[in-house]
Design a protein around this ligand. Structure first.
Ligand code: ADP
Length: 456
């Protein structure tokens, strides 16, 4: 059963019950008041009658019954009748059709008035009895049918009123049920939109419980939208990664295949054969390098690092050792300014990171230029800067070069053996050390790569 229908039924049933209760209390109460008023009036009248009759009987010298008869007859056709009894014996009465059924009424004591009601010929009568001084019993009979008629009319009127009220209440209940459940209907509609992938949801946030629900629903849809776009972005970047990787592997493989086919040809000189073999070795080395880097990218992400405190000066000595031949070959100057004593982290990974940055600086620099390595501490952080005076990186590429396989100048980088994985590995290494890689560069002025990590 729908909530709106439940609310509608609830309002209708409770309102009708309330109206029936109020109407029945009203009808019963007004009937009781009318009956009580009638009894009071009749008690007063029978009292007066009793004193008149007793006065007349005292003064009279004539026969008592004649006086009583005249009183009794006087009340004919007035809706009020009298009857006179001596003991249980009826002496006279003003209406012959009236027979008193309740004889207990005749056992009344002096100074006492007994009352009862009786139905005669389908009409309701009120009967009161009092004892006269001569021990006779005077019975006062009053037609009270009109009071019962009023009650009947009131009941009829209440039933009609309830019918009308039922229509009005049903209308109001319908409006209330619709108004109350409107926000729920709206939420349900928005939920269906959300199910169909439409995240454009903005429910009105009122100040009631529905407003709270709408607020949470809005929040939830925003959260789902963010997560969804993150997921799509992740899937896309994974796809780009796979596309790039297959392209990068395909290039050296095609070259290897080409050299192998050339080698197969019988008319190759020995020297040519040696050159082809050297080229095959070069390309195989590239694939091998790429394979190692890819492994590092995926494996180190989950593996436990070998973090410890190590000597920064010794680390820079090792790095200098690694790259000195390349520096000399390109006739570059290398200046290392280190003020850090100890670094906390995985030494092998940090050496790999700095070496990669220096290699990139070497590739970007012209002969006779200088490459600086500056390391220092500031606050709770440690910094290693790799600064070159090279060609710089165009602005639009700065944020992209940390993506796997991204290279500014693809042909040149390939010549240098780079697959565009170095910086993304550096970034991953920094993340594993709760640090970050910051890149600053200006075309034709040079670049600065900053490794920032927390001091432990
Ligand atoms: P690669 O292995 O090809 O060097 P990287 O991820 O280390 O890959 O670098 C990505 C690209 O960023 C390089 O191909 C190069 O175009 C650019 N790059 C990196 N370092 C520098 C630098 N110091 N100066 C200019 N360009 C740079």
């Amino acid at each position: 059963m729908k909530l709106s229908f439940k609310i509608f039924l609830g309002i209708c049933i409770s309102s009708i019950l309330a109206i029936v209760m109020v109407a029945s209390i009203f009808v019963t109460r007004s009937f009781r008041i009318n009956i009580d008023n009638e009894i009071n009036r009749c008690v007063k009248e029978i009292g007066l009658m009793e004193s008149y009759i007793e006065d007349s009987l005292d003064k009279s010298t004539a026969e008592d019954k004649t006086i009583l008869n005249s009183y009794v007859e006087y009340y004919q056709d007035k809706n009020t009748y009298l009857a006179y009894f001596e003991g249980k014996k009826e002496i006279c009465k003003s209406n012959d059709s009236i027979t008193i059924k309740n004889t207990e009424l005749l056992d009344v004591n002096s100074d006492e008035v007994l009352s009862t009601t009786q139905e005669i010929d389908g009409k309701k009568y009120l009967l009161l009895s009092t004892k006269l001084d001569n021990d006779g019993v005077l019975v006062y009979i009053r037609n009270i049918n009109s009071i019962y008629e009023i009650r009947k009319d009131l009941i009829k009127f209440s039933v009609i009123l309830m019918g009308v009220m039922l229509f009005i209440i049903a209308g109001i209940a319908y409006l209330i049920a619709k108004t109350l459940t409107k926000p729920l209907d709206k939420i349900q509609k928005e939920m269906i939109k959300l199910q169909n992938g439409d995240f454009n949801i903005n429910l009105k946030e009122t100040k009631d419980e529905f407003g709270e629900l709408a607020k949470n629903f809005n929040k939830m849809s925003k959260e789902i939208e963010t997560r969804n776009s993150e997921l799509i972005e992740m899937i896309n970047s994974k796809q780009i990664f796979i596309d790039n990787m297959s392209h990068e592997i395909n290039t050296p493989l095609t070259l290897i295949q080409g050299y192998a086919e050339l080698l197969e040809k019988a008319n190759c000189t020995e020297e040519q054969k040696m050159n082809f073999l050297a080229s095959i070795q070069d390309e195989t080395k590239k694939i091998n390098d790429m394979h190692k880097k890819l492994l590092l990218l995926s494996y180190k992400r989950n593996a436990d690092l070998e973090k410890r405190n190590f000597d920064a000066r010794k680390m820079f000595d090792k790095i200098e050792n690694n790259i000195c031949t390349k520096i000399q070959e390109k006739r570059l100057n290398l200046i290392i300014e280190n003020s850090i004593v100890n670094i906390y982290g995985d030494e092998t990974l940090i050496i790999m990171c700095v070496t990669n940055l220096i290699n990139n600086a070497i590739n970007a620099s012209q002969p006779e230029k200088t490459i600086w390595i500056k390391s220092y501490e500031e606050g709770l952080k440690q910094y290693i800067h790799v600064i070159d005076e090279g060609k710089g990186i165009p602005k639009e590429h700065i944020n992209k070069i940390i993506e796997p396989f991204y290279r500014v100048d693809k042909a040149r980088s390939r010549q240098n053996g780079g697959a565009g994985l170095g910086l993304s590995i550096c970034k991953s290494i920094m993340e594993l050390h709760d640090g970050q890689l910051i890149i600053k560069s200006k075309i034709d002025e040079g670049s600065t790569f900053i490794l920032e990590f927390p001091k432990k």
